[in-house]
Ligand binder design. Structure first.
Ligand code: PMV
Length: 351
């Protein structure tokens, strides 16, 4: 889709991609410091994005507009966007208040990682306008390079840090909370994969991932999951390196099922699957065994399913899904670049 910009000197627009985890971040060692219990690996997406425009607000308050609703920090100081803006300003020693306007290119709050692209775009747009940056070089000159921004975005939503890099990204938990690292393992050009997102339900989930991360520690399955993840990390990194889709697919299905088993047996128990999710997963495996569907599933914190496949097979697979699941919305996504920002604002709400 074409992008039309209206360059105004007062606004900065950031466009940040979502990402899909092949090894899920699930559970935190330290909530305050956002220290994950395990390393995660993801693919940055090309179509599912958040677009956030920031303008300076000369009052001592911030405002945030999304889906036609506006909230202000005067009325709702505890809103997650305003709490994050305060963190950004505190951490990076920046000052000034903002009017923010956001939109997504995909349905939010149902397992398409809207918080990842949302907090990445929010962090980038806010820091760029508060530092008067026009480019990544300007940002780096202010002491806010890509790694620093990813690290700050992580405080809003852990998975947001991975959206700062294109291609295939690794968020390493490190030996202490301060030793976390976010790195790009491979560029988007390394492997042309697709993510067929099958939206079985666009309803917002009832339990946020923040709540579910805490519940993981109560699951008797959680220690076993954590103990096996170093091995899975090696297998997944090796599969990406050698572009071995079958090996990757095997690990990504196991990882998703494991994460959801931990959620379902946690304390409290959290169930993101809908009856349609279970039916759909069984259908995928049957079709694959019949040689019809060379794709492997993964599922974030919601009822919807991501099918990872070779980009050359994407159209065929999307058509198969649409024919068999006429009530589902099917979004074809692929491997993408990291975020970008511009001076000005989009003429249309969506890219
Ligand atoms: O970033 P959060 O707190 O929304 O947690 C993300 C959790 C998963 O999407 C399920 C897994 C992941 O690593 O993206």
């Amino acid at each position: 889709m074409s992008e039309r910009f209206n360059p105004t000197s007062q606004a900065i627009t950031a466009i940040a991609p979502s990402n899909i985890a092949f090894i899920k971040y699930w559970g935190k060692r330290d909530v305050e410091k956002q220290w994950p219990a395990n390393d995660s690996v993801s693919m940055t997406l090309s179509e599912s994005k958040t677009i956030t425009t920031a303008r300076r607000n000369l009052t001592p308050f911030d405002s945030f507009q999304m889906n036609g609703m506006t909230v202000t920090s005067k009325d709702l100081p505890e809103h997650k966007v305003f709490r994050h803006l305060n963190r950004v300003r505190d951490r990076l020693k920046l000052s000034g208040h903002l009017d923010l306007k956001s939109s997504n290119t995909f349905p939010m709050g149902c397992g398409i990682a809207s918080s990842a692209s949302g907090f990445a775009a929010l962090t980038l747009a806010s820091v760029a306008i508060l530092t008067d940056a026009q480019s990544w070089e300007d940002l780096a000159a202010h002491g806010t390079n890509r790694e620093t921004l990813a690290d700050v975005a992580r405080l809003g939503s852990g998975s947001a840090c991975r959206s700062f890099f294109g291609g295939f990204t690794h968020w390493s938990a490190g030996a202490t909370a301060d030793m976390q690292k976010i790195t790009q393992d491979f560029t988007p050009q390394h492997w042309n994969l697709a993510d067929i997102i099958v939206v079985l339900s666009a309803e917002e989930k009832l339990v946020s991932s923040s709540q579910a991360h805490l519940a993981a520690w109560g699951s008797p399955l959680y220690p076993a999951r954590l103990a096996g993840l170093d091995h899975r990390l090696k297998l997944v990194q090796r599969a990406i390196k050698s572009r071995d889709l079958e090996a990757l697919g095997h690990e990504l299905e196991s990882d998703a099922i494991e994460m959801h088993s931990v959620a379902m047996t946690g304390s409290p128990q959290v169930n993101y699957f809908s009856p349609a999710t279970t039916k759909f997963l069984a259908w995928v495996r049957t079709q694959r065994n019949l040689g019809q569907l060379p794709a492997w599933f993964t599922i974030d914190a919601g009822p919807n399913v991501h099918l990872i496949c070779d980009a050359q097979q994407a159209e065929k697979i999307a058509t198969l899904v649409k024919n068999a699941w006429s009530e589902a919305r099917v979004i074809t996504d692929g491997v993408g670049e990291g975020p970008r920002f511009f001076r000005g604002e989009m003429e249309k709400d969506h890219v």
